[in-house]
Design a protein. Structure first.
Ligand SMILES: C[S@@+](CC[C@H](N)C(=O)[O-])C[C@H]1O[C@@H](n2cnc3c(N)ncnc32)[C@H](O)[C@@H]1O
Length: 141
């Protein structure tokens, strides 16, 4: 397993090319397969409090917000969060972005969010068991 700091550096270094990939219609599997199925499964999010774990530059975070959710996006890559915030400045969707390791969500209280999402990221999270445990903790019963 790669270590957290090296994974974080890889994502910081890849931030600009990742933005190019996802925002310029090159992420076919997401746009044509994953998202249609996943958002159908998620259903109506209007007015829901949503936490998007490992949100990256916020592509799916913005989709959730455009569908009416009140979204917080967290990622440990400062660069990706900075790029997400720049997008939020252009299109104000009310998304709150935080730089955080998703294995440590202590700044969020337990039993708080209606939905926790984690799109295409568990494979990258070093301590994914703790991330899942934290997701369960902050989810409303
Ligand atoms: C394949 S990208 C997916 C990003 C986003 N969910 C999306 O759908 O575009 C994986 C993301 O996981 C983030 N990540 C990996 N390990 C993390 C951790 N321990 N805490 C927070 N973010 C993490 C990376 O910084 C990267 O943004």
């Amino acid at each position: 397993m790669r270590k957290k700091e090296s994974i974080k550096k890889e994502w910081d270094d890849a931030a600009k090319s990742w933005v190019d990939f996802v925002r310029k219609g090159k992420d076919y599997y997401r746009d044509e397969l994953n998202n249609p199925a996943t958002f159908k499964l998620i259903g109506d999010v209007r007015g829901r409090l949503v936490l998007d774990l490992a949100c990256g530059e916020g592509y799916n975070t913005r989709i959730l917000a455009r569908k009416g959710a009140k979204v917080t996006g967290v990622d440990f890559s400062e660069k990706l969060i900075e790029l997400a915030k720049r997008e939020e400045a252009k299109e104000k969707l009310g998304i709150c972005y935080r730089v955080l390791d998703v294995a440590d969500l202590k700044e969020f209280s337990s039993n708080h969010f209606d939905l926790v999402t984690c799109f295409m990221s568990l494979q990258d999270i070093e301590n994914y068991k703790m991330a899942i445990s934290e997701a369960a903790r902050v989810l409303r019963n």
